[in-house]
Design a binder for this molecule. Structure first.
Ligand code: UDX
Length: 459
């Protein structure tokens, strides 16, 4: 099959690379030549600068110029194409709705070219990035508007977790295809032939609207589950003495109907999908006059969770932040990624600065460059108070307290590093429950407060 993947961000590049592994002729199209040159190089360092996914650079290096091509010239590659996957960014507007301007700009360009192509074989335009319910139908209207001959629309949302995108693309839990005609289902079945009738992969064919809805329901349900643990499990552990969160979690998730994924309590879930998708779904339902109480509560719990430990530290441990130096460990939204979109650390920094801290000494194993972009002092002079270090120990030096915001493995059992770097009085604020041996800390005079447990004062 000849396939074009339009948009080469995280979703598009991974999809193009994995499709090329199956022997399709794949053209990854983007308007950004600099990006394309990095991909064309096949060099891990250059590729990872744009999309840092384990295994991705290797697939590109292996398949480029054979099955995988990079182009900014859509007109030059569009002839004879069977399918175009649309993987364009759909960022949120302030009111929660999705900004579809990038998407429709690309669609207009594609339709103009499709209207005048010589080869009028059937072509399917497939939405892969998350778009509001009804977007495939809008795309269909565009095809009519431009008089594009013999073209169909489909929805085939991605469900890729960052850091695991290549593995999940090769072995997805399900492939969801929403289309209107047998012909279009057949074309997509040929693209995904290795997944059709697979014993462990559910291949679901449905309407475009259902496929679009599946993506929103899946993501908001996952966030609901995390927020249930954060809003109920953590609250119980913080309120009643002697509740061990880890045992509570084990006891509850022993029931195989209840998932362990999502059950670790945290200072909130971030990333490029959860926050954006729940706000978009709230907007879509509200615009239709529907109540959105459940979704709104989930969203509120998750936002509250991002910084509530700072209030707890004041209330329960008597912490004062004004003119204090704070170490911030972890900037990425989760471990094993440098992505900071919607990361809890963004809210933590904002709140600490508003409380008048004199310095934030930050450390993240991979997200420092990204953090400098988010915390650019040109946008807010208060960001000058943030400095970056190459290890947790260096960041801790001379501080009054630490906030742990990301679940990097290297932060597990951080107590020894803390003891080496700083002397009590010192407060550890743990947003990820990374220090199971906190007794050692409190016995040596450090205070400890974590999501899911009451404040443990120094002994
Ligand atoms: C998510 C979905 O998993 C994926 O299917 C979807 O298509 C895109 O969004 P991703 O954003 O990469 O993927 O991250 P994920 O691993 O799901 O974690 C999201 C956030 O929840 C992270 O901040 C993570 O630290 C947090 N989390 C996760 C918890 O706080 N507790 C948990 O138990 C699990």
């Amino acid at each position: 099959m000849k396939i074009i993947v339009a948009g080469t961000g995280f979703v598009g590049l991974t999809h193009a690379a994995v499709c090329s592994e199956y022997g399709h002729e794949v053209y990854a199209y983007d308007i950004d030549e600099k990006k394309l040159n990095a991909y064309r190089s096949g060099e891990a360092e250059q590729i990872n600068h744009y999309v840092n996914e384990p295994g991705l650079a290797e697939i590109i290096a292996e398949n480029k110029d054979r099955y995988l091509f990079f182009s900014s010239d859509l007109e030059g590659i569009i002839e004879g194409t069977d399918a175009i996957f649309l993987c364009l960014p759909t960022p949120p507007n302030v009111d929660g709705s999705s900004d579809l301007s990038f998407y429709f700009k690309a669609v207009d360009h594609i339709c103009t070219l499709l209207a005048k192509r010589a080869d009028t074989r059937r072509i399917v335009l497939i939405n892969k990035s998350t778009v509001p319910i009804g977007t495939a139908r809008q795309l269909e209207r565009k095809l009519h508007e431009y008089n594009v001959p013999n073209a169909g629309v489909a929805s085939n949302p991605e469900f890729l977790p960052e850091g695991d995108a290549v593995e999940k693309s090769r072995r997805p839990d399900r492939v969801t295809v929403g289309a209107d005609t047998d012909e279009d289902f057949r074309i997509i079945r040929r693209i995904y032939s290795q997944f059709v009738n697979h014993v462990r992969i559910r291949y679901i064919e449905t309407t475009p609207e259902t496929a679009e809805a599946i993506k929103y329901v899946a993501n908001t349900l996952l966030l609901t589950y995390i927020s249930f643990w954060n809003g109920v499990g953590a609250r119980l552990g913080e309120t009643f003495a002697n509740i061990r969160m880890e045992d509570l979690k084990r006891g509850v998730t022993a029931d195989n109907r209840i998932s362990t994924w999502g059950s670790y309590v945290s200072n909130g879930a971030g990333g490029s999908c959860f926050g954006k998708d729940i706000q978009s779904l709230i907007y879509q339902l509200k615009s239709a006059g529907q109540p959105t109480d459940v979704l709104q509560s989930v969203y509120n719990i998750n936002e509250y969770q991002k910084t509530y430990l700072i209030d707890r530290a004041s209330r329960e441990a008597g912490a004062r932040f004004n003119q204090k130096k704070v170490a911030l460990l972890g900037l990425a939204f989760k471990q094993r990624t440098n992505d900071m979109r919607d990361a809890s650390s963004l809210k933590v920094v904002e709140t600490l600065l508003a409380r008048g801290v004199s310095e934030i000494r930050a450390y993240d194993p991979v997200a420092t460059a990204e953090a400098k972009r988010f915390f650019n002092p040109e946008n807010n002079h208060l960001f000058e108070k943030i400095s970056y270090y190459k290890s947790a120990k260096e960041a801790l030096a001379g501080t009054d307290m630490v906030f742990i915001s990301t679940d990097w493995e290297e932060f597990r059992g951080l107590s020894r590093t803390i003891e080496q770097a700083v002397k009590p009085p010192f407060l550890v604020i743990d947003g990820r429950r990374m220090i199971p041996d906190y007794n050692e800390l409190t016995e040596r005079g450090y205070g400890y407060i974590a999501v899911g447990s009451p404040y443990m004062p120094p002994k």
